[in-house]
Write a protein that binds this ligand. Structure first.
Ligand code: NAD
Ligand code: LMR
Length: 335
């Protein structure tokens, strides 16, 4: 009887061990002490799928890590200083690397105005990631996303480790905003609103597809469209010089990371719109485009077509593609 119970317990322990060994997930945040980095790290600490949380910043990361590490969830939290070995150690073994490092906008600025500062920050962090975590999923939050994502791709290509299935521009905040704004208009629960947003992550490149939602009547609603395309400006203006969206972005970044972890751990049908290297408009010279992507153990498993659009949305997509094309030459002129 005791022997039988011992055998059962040991079988359970073996199962628990093999499950946790399979599900070990190290997540690294670069820029972890910033406005996005701190709440994002907090949300990741609350995620039971994360087993090891590595926080890196050029300032304060050990302090943020010490603080978050007192939260009574299982994951181990470590903070890293801005030394080359600190950055490498933060990255080593990571399954997911989130990058919110960089400066945010102030009123009157566009996201492209951040390029000169953020491009080199992202480039240098990408170089470290290419060396120390070449197989990780890289989630770029730093703006301008339409340009910082191609920069990471170039760095990884140069290092000979580029895998387009593992590089994502995080556009989840546009999806989160769209569902929230629609629910405000329709009096619904925002979690039930699933609005696809395609294109890129700035102004007219943000294209919500209301025709594909349960509210096709919202196509042509100019005020709603403006809120979705320029939601970031609303926050920048309200913060009045103190930065841009941080808390909602942290939630959006944590949601995208959770989707990737779920998919990596075997859940099927996990689909998120995200800015990836995409075949959809390559013939027009556009290499990166956000559309719905099915996630899986290999990262971006399947890039879905944009699908049928309303005539108004066709026009929005044209404007989006024209703007994304400008972005291509912008990156080429500012390598
Ligand atoms: P922030 O200034 O509050 O924080 C940025 C952090 O990055 C700081 O802690 C800073 O020390 C750190 N940092 C700077 N250089 C670094 C480096 N080389 N290595 C590591 N860390 C470094 O800014 P924030 O509000 O957190 O915004 C960060 C970025 O995210 C901005 O570029 C902003 O535009 C962008 N953003 C993107 C989205 C999106 O939807 N993708 C949404 C909101 C903000
Ligand atoms: C956002 O959409 O809130 C972010 O891209 C930050 C910004 O500059 O608007």
């Amino acid at each position: 009887m005791f022997a039988a119970r011992r055998a059962f317990t040991s079988a359970l322990q073996t199962r628990a061990f093999s499950a946790s060994a399979r599900d070990l997930s190290k997540v690294t945040v670069l820029g972890a002490a910033g406005g996005i980095g701190q709440p994002l790290s907090l949300l990741l600490k609350l995620n039971p799928r994360v087993t090891d949380l590595a926080l890196y910043d050029i300032r304060l990361a050990p302090g943020v890590a010490a603080d978050i590490s007192h939260i009574n969830t299982k994951s181990k939290v470590t903070g890293y200083e801005p030394t080359p070995s600190g950055l490498d150690a933060a990255l080593k073994g990571a399954e997911i690397v989130l990058i919110p490092a960089g400066v945010p906008r102030k009123p009157g600025m566009t996201r492209d105005d951040l390029f000169n500062t953020n491009a080199s920050i992202v480039r240098d962090l990408a170089k470290a990631a290419a060396k120390s975590s070449p197989n990780a999923n890289i989630l770029v939050i730093s703006n301008p996303v339409n340009s910082t994502v191609p920069i990471v791709a170039e760095v990884f290509k140069k290092a000979g480790v580029y895998n387009p299935k593992r590089l994502f521009g995080v556009t989840t905040l546009d999806v989160v905003r769209a569902s929230r704004f629609v629910s405000e208009l329709k009096g619904t629960d925002p979690v039930d609103e699933n609005i696809t947003v395609v294109g890129g992550h700035s102004g007219v490149t943000i294209v919500p597809l209301f025709s594909q939602s349960s509210h096709p009547d919202l196509v042509g609603n100019a005020a709603l469209l403006k809120r979705v395309q320029f939601g970031g400006d609303e926050v920048v203006q309200a913060k009045d010089g103190a930065g841009s969206a941080t808390l909602s972005m942290a939630m959006a970044g944590a949601r995208f990371a959770e989707s990737l972890l779920k998919a990596a751990q075997g859940q099927k049908g996990v689909i998120e719109p995200t800015f990836v290297e995409s075949p959809l408009y390559k013939d027009q010279g556009i290499d990166f485009f956000a559309s719905k992507v099915e996630l899986g153990p290999n990262g971006a498993e399947k890039i879905l077509e944009v699908g049928k659009l309303a005539p108004e949305e066709e026009k929005l997509l044209e404007a989006c593609l024209a703007d994304l094309k400008k972005g291509v030459s912008f990156v080429a002129q500012n390598p």
